[in-house]
Design a protein around this ligand. Structure first.
Ligand SMILES: C[S@@+](CC[C@H](N)C(=O)[O-])C[C@H]1O[C@@H](n2cnc3c(N)ncnc32)[C@H](O)[C@@H]1O
Length: 452
């Protein structure tokens, strides 16, 4: 039978530390019983079956300590001998082990961020205390509700102290309203350094978190879409941000036209293309999404993408990188695609991640492939297979069937035509109590693209 855990290892209660975090106020001494053993017997006593239920099991505290005289102490999770189970007492008697009191000194460094936050907040705020945050590179960003704002600096400092790699803690100030989807933020702890280096999908992204859109919660969604792409694809990423779809797609061998209207996103997109060694395959631009869609078919014809480079293993990638560095130093061009393979001219996938309004950009697909939009060319042969469109949106409909019907109706309205059979709806995340984010993926109807 396990003894009832009588140890109170929670931090001291320091409610109301509003402005300044006093770390010295988080000290606690816990007295536990310990069996004194010769050093060479420590392992066998720690493993002894009759003691198993009463060995100290506090997280991050070793179960054995050194006694002042050089012996070892096997720490127990009880404070009085009477709390030990019968079989443990008998075992200690048989082994002639004496019991001593051992003092565990716990300090601020011992407890987790959640432990400390719960001990400083007023009792009524503890239950719904902020327990999570999103990390973007070295920045932790929180979205504190009003009642927690008086404690923002303390909460920020605790996260800064406790979470490895975090150097800056910000609180989101408002719902995103501006067209570039950048939110205002306030520094609540740490350094005012907002230039982030973030790693996602085996790529590195550099950006100024105060000037461009980035959402770490979209990590798996980026991965899901990239997984759908084949290396032979040409992707048109209409609202590319700093490249979380475009750059991993380029790493896969896809040709990518990556666009964003925010000049800051464009600046970092270009940097990230180079940083991730995909200059040959990812072409950034900075224009309105509608203009980009209208122009992209001709751009792909006039300036074809190099052939798909086959996916590389990690070792191959390392070698290719060395090769690239070498060729750069010799003044040669980048990339590893074979010069003999045919170039690519057909855009096969569109990605449109601007959930608030992306559907309203779908009108740009009407007549996209018609001769009048492509310099008089007849593209009916080249585009025997129509591109796929992955368009993000919000809906207030909570039930999947109703959400799908709502999205489909709005998409068809903008396209001026019904969708074919190849349509799927993917629930990305719940953004607010009645705001669901979806991605509709559909094959662009031929009638829409060739509309006169
Ligand atoms: C929701 S973010 C998505 C960024 C990126 N694709 C991602 O998944 O993280 C939408 C992006 O669209 C850009 N944007 C907003 N309006 C635009 C427009 N009219 N044309 C092109 N880009 C636009 C914003 O600057 C922002 O980077």
């Amino acid at each position: 039978m396990k003894p009832s855990n009588t140890l109170d290892a929670l931090p001291p209660i320091n409610r109301g530390m509003v402005e300044r975090l006093d770390k010295d106020a988080f000290r606690k001494t816990i007295e536990v019983l310990a069996a004194k053993v010769a050093p060479q017997r420590t392992g066998s006593i720690l493993r002894a079956a009759p003691l198993q239920s009463c060995i100290l099991d506090l997280p991050r505290v070793p179960s054995a300590a050194r006694a002042p005289d050089g012996d070892r102490l096997v720490l127990l999770r009880v404070q009085q001998e009477d709390d030990l189970p019968r079989q443990a007492k008998d075992f200690l008697d048989e082994e002639k082990l004496s019991l001593v009191v051992h003092k565990l000194e716990l300090t601020y460094d011992y407890w987790t961020a959640n432990d400390i936050i719960s001990s400083v907040l007023p009792e009524e705020l503890v239950e719904e205390a902020p327990s999570g945050f999103a990390a973007v590179g070295h920045i932790a960003h929180l979205n504190l509700r009003d009642q927690y704002l008086p404690y923002k600096h303390t909460i920020g400092q605790i996260i800064l102290d406790k979470v490895r790699g975090i150097k800056t803690v910000v609180n989101k100030l408002d719902v995103i309203q501006n067209k570039f989807r950048v939110f205002d933020m306030e520094l609540i702890a740490g350094e005012p350094d907002y230039i982030v280096e973030h790693h996602e999908t085996e790529c590195t992204f550099l950006f100024d978190f105060t000037k461009v859109y980035w959402n770490s919660r979209l990590h798996s969604e980026h991965g899901r879409i990239i997984e759908l792409f084949k290396p032979e694809d040409i992707i048109a990423d209409v609202f590319a941000g700093v490249g979380p779809f475009a750059i991993p797609a380029g790493r896969k061998g896809c040709g990518v036209f990556a666009n964003d209207l925010n000049p800051e996103s464009f600046k970092y997109l270009k940097l990230n293309v180079t940083k991730n060694n995909v200059d040959e395959l990812v072409r950034p631009s900075c224009e309105d999404g509608k203009d980009f869609i209208r122009a992209i078919i001709t751009r792909a014809l006039d300036c074809p993408m190099p052939p798909a480079a086959p996916p590389m293993s990690k070792t191959q990638k390392r070698k290719a990188l060395q090769q690239t560095k070498h060729s750069q130093s010799c003044g040669q061009s980048r990339g590893s695609s074979s010069p003999s393979a045919p170039t690519r001219t057909r855009v096969t996938q569109f990605v449109m991640n601007l959930p608030d309004t992306a559907i309203l950009f779908l009108g740009a697909f009407r007549g996209l492939l018609s001769p009048v939009n492509v310099g008089g060319r007849d593209l009916s042969g080249l585009y025997a297979e129509m591109p796929m469109v992955h368009c993000y949106c919000f809906t207030r409909e909570l039930e999947p069937e109703k959400a799908a019907a709502d999205i489909r109706q709005r998409v068809e309205h903008e396209l001026g035509h019904s969708l074919g059979d190849e349509v799927s709806y993917y629930h990305v995340r719940s953004v607010a109590p009645s705001k669901e984010m979806y991605c509709i993926s559909f094959r662009l109807p031929r009638e829409v693209a060739f509309e006169a």
